[in-house]
Write a protein that binds this ligand. Structure first.
Ligand SMILES: CC(C)(COP(=O)(O)OP(=O)(O)OC[C@H]1O[C@@H](n2cnc3c(N)ncnc32)[C@H](O)[C@@H]1OP(=O)(O)O)[C@@H](O)C(=O)NCCC(=O)NCCS
Length: 401
């Protein structure tokens, strides 16, 4: 960072200034209703700004949230959000200074042991030790696609209702699925309000939110006039196969529409398994949640693993050097993990970025080894550790924060 830049916590007035920078950086609308919610929800002290003298040029902050981890339910984590640097002030090290301050302060204060974010571009966050932990599937399917004759859509009707009627049902269904699915976030009243904001900015040329509900799930969607009228699904949350099939049937049979798409399906989304022709669903895969182990010793024991297993890891971590060094990882038959420092011979060498990618069970360490990012120092050590991190259900996430 050039010597003229300093990084410090924001105040109420500099948070407001930072939101102006974000609006410019994300090409937002001046009347975005999100701004008022952000100022109400977020603690300026959890934000860091980069200043050139007295001038704020960029920043980013933490929205404290809770995420479900494999086998242990919801845990608080640092949800990194609103990262932006003013156009014309970029590539001076402002983001690096802000990232350093956020992560180093979390460590110094014994705060959340892991952080997560959604990246606007894929090339930004790897240098700060974030790894892709959950991917998403973008799916698109033409109207009327046929299901297999064995698919049961049940007898309950899917109803389209007002937000007032839908919201309590959505909250209940979302909470059930979130508790069972690694990577999902709990939503409090503020988070629900934020998610359901529906101004010009959120609509982005599309129609208002619509709400389809069923006893086993809901779909939050908008209609969008493209070359054909499209049903754009924003959330599809279901607790059972009948609700899942019934809601998709409803969306695929929408009169006047030509297709339906969903931006954030799980990588193993069951839709192709329902279809008479599984190729009818077009799929694209993309990174969703990036994760950073702030304190590897406190983070790894938070979840359960497929044990028993014992190994020694040689860890590197340039951006958060307190994580570097050798660790013995002991996983009991009950899945509990214990992490201790050791001088014993390591069996695997990797950085905490690879561990962050594997942490929710969404990326295999064997795949990272095939990319040369995990080195097996004792033959046979890799596969059992890779298996120990896997989870069922696979992690998924539906909320871009
Ligand atoms: C992304 C952004 C915050 C980067 O801020 P910045 O202050 O320019 O970043 P820095 O100067 O600290 O750059 C640090 C490093 O990241 C690299 N980098 C920054 N933005 C990058 C991008 N979009 N893609 C790839 N690399 C990027 C820089 O080249 C630099 O590399 P180096 O360390 O090898 O020299 C800024 O470009 C921005 O506001 N973009 C628009 C909004 C946005 O996308 N925000 C992120 C939301 S998740």
């Amino acid at each position: 960072m050039t010597s003229t830049l300093t990084v410090r916590p924001l105040t109420a007035s500099t948070l407001s200034e930072h939101l102006d920078i974000c609006r410019t950086a994300f090409y937002g609308e001046p009347d975005d209703p999100a701004r008022e919610a952000q100022l109400r929800m977020w603690d300026p002290a959890r934000f860091r700004g980069a200043f050139d003298g007295a001038e704020l040029i960029g920043g980013g902050g933490i929205w404290p949230r809770r995420m479900t981890l494999p086998g242990t339910g919801a845990h608080s984590f640092a949800g990194v959000t609103m990262v932006a640097v003013a156009p014309g002030q970029r590539r001076r090290g402002a983001l690096t200074g802000v990232m350093r301050s956020l992560l180093h302060d979390l460590h110094a204060e014994g705060g959340d042991p892991f952080a997560a974010l959604w990246a606007s571009e894929g090339g930004i966050y790897g240098r700060y030790g974030y790894g892709v932990a959950v991917e998403r599937l973008e799916i698109e399917i033409d109207k009327g696609a046929r299901f297999l004759p064995t698919v049961d859509t049940g007898t309950d009707r899917v109803r389209e209702v007002s937000r007032e009627v839908a919201e309590p049902l959505m909250r209940e269904l979302h909470a059930k699925v979130a508790a069972q699915t690694p990577g999902w976030l709990e939503r409090d009243t503020d988070a629900w309000h934020y998610r359901l904001l529906d101004g010009t900015q959120q609509r982005n040329g599309r129609q208002a939110f619509r709400f389809a509900v069923h006893p086993e799930g809901y779909a939050l969607f908008r209609m969008h006039q493209r070359q054909v009228l499209a049903v754009e699904v924003h959330e599809l949350v279901t607790t059972g196969p009948v609700g899942y099939a019934a809601l998709w049937r409803h969306l695929l049979d929408a009169d006047l529409a030509g297709l339906a798409d969903y931006w954030c399906a799980a990588p193993d989304d069951p839709l192709p398994h329902l279809l008479a022709d599984p190729r009818a669903v077009r799929r694209g895969r993309c990174d969703a949640l990036w994760l950073r182990l702030v304190d590897v010793d406190r983070a790894l024991p938070l979840r359960r693993y497929a044990g028993p297993l014992e190994t020694v890891l040689e860890l590197t971590d340039e951006f958060c050097p307190w994580n570097a060094g050798r660790r013995r990882l002991r996983i009991g038959a009950d899945g509990h993990a214990e992490v201790t420092r050791t001088e014993d011979e390591p069996e695997l060498a990797l950085s905490t970025t690879e561990l962050a990618s594997a942490f929710l069970g969404g990326v295999r360490l064997t795949a990272l080894a095939a990319a040369g990012r995990v080195r097996e120092l004792r033959p046979g050590a890799l596969a059992p550790l890779s298996r120990a991190f896997l989870t069922d259900p696979a992690p998924h996430t539906i909320e871009n924060f």
